[in-house]
Write a new protein. Structure first.
Length: 88
């Protein structure tokens, strides 16, 4: 078991496993989002940040979904940056 409980393992479409650190989760209107970074990378590396929507199916199972809408991604990143600025 990992010491840091903010580490999750995701499996891509090709079956490859990769560990990510959950930097933040938050709501914007009716949607919940997660900001992830490949585990072990420096938090200042913007190119490694992954933005995903958290969705819940009818059975209550959570899944992380890629966001296709560029405007939605930009809104989520702006909200995350505002949250991060308030914390720091």
């Amino acid at each position: 078991m990992k010491e840091n409980k903010n580490i999750i393992e995701l499996i891509d479409d090709n079956g490859n496993k990769e560990e990510f650190e959950v930097l933040a989760t938050f709501h914007i209107e009716d949607n919940e989002y997660a900001i992830l970074q490949p585990y072990g990378k420096d938090n200042d590396e913007d190119d490694g940040v992954v933005v995903l929507r958290i969705e819940c199916d009818e059975s209550g199972n959570l899944s992380l979904v890629n966001i296709e809408d560029k405007n939605e991604i930009e809104d989520v990143i702006a909200a995350y940056n505002a949250i991060a600025d308030d914390i720091i």
